[in-house]
Design a protein around this ligand. Structure first.
Ligand SMILES: [Zn+2]
Length: 163
């Protein structure tokens, strides 16, 4: 039985970049939070770092996949400069009012289940850090331990909750 990987899944807005109260449409509103050292610590403990974010603004046409990719490239670049690599970035592009129901919009666990399958992750050894109850619900539904933080709360403050 090959060893499985473990992961820390991360919500985006309010966790990796400043919560702005709504979908972030423009680069000028994308303010990356300094969780560099905390994520380096988790990476060094052997956790994959995987982002899971609802981006219903895509369904609403508020921004494009290209615009979103620009934000995520900047995020990856800044973290990489601190030695941190995200294994993947998953986003739900749907919104129930515009594209109907889907399996990936949190609190649905679809994004997490995808990561678990694609990277051979053991959910029982994994976590999901988010600033909304729906993140914890998605985590629980996927079998990973949800950790609820306040928006923009430094991840360093909850590191002791992660084995
Ligand atoms: Zn979706």
């Amino acid at each position: 039985m090959p060893d499985k990987n473990k992961a820390v899944f991360l919500d985006r807005d309010g966790v990796l970049n400043q919560e702005m109260g709504d979908y972030i449409r423009y680069m000028k509103d994308f303010h990356i939070l300094d969780n560099f050292a905390a994520l380096k610590t988790l990476q060094d403990k052997g956790y994959m770092l995987i982002i899971a974010t609802n981006q219903g603004g895509l369904a609403k046409g508020w921004y494009t996949e290209e615009g979103l990719a620009e934000m995520h490239n900047e995020l990856k670049k800044q973290y990489k400069a601190h030695g941190v690599e995200f294994t993947d970035v998953y986003y739900c592009p749907h919104h129930p009012d515009f594209t109907g129901p889907c399996d990936c919009r949190k609190p649905k666990p679809g994004l997490l289940l995808r990561g678990i399958a694609e990277y051979n992750i053991d959910p029982a050894q994994s976590y999901f850090i988010g600033d909304r109850e729906r993140d914890v619900e998605a985590g629980t539904a996927a079998g990973v331990k949800g950790i609820l933080i306040d928006s923009d709360q430094p991840i360093s403050t909850i590191l002791d909750l992660i084995a």
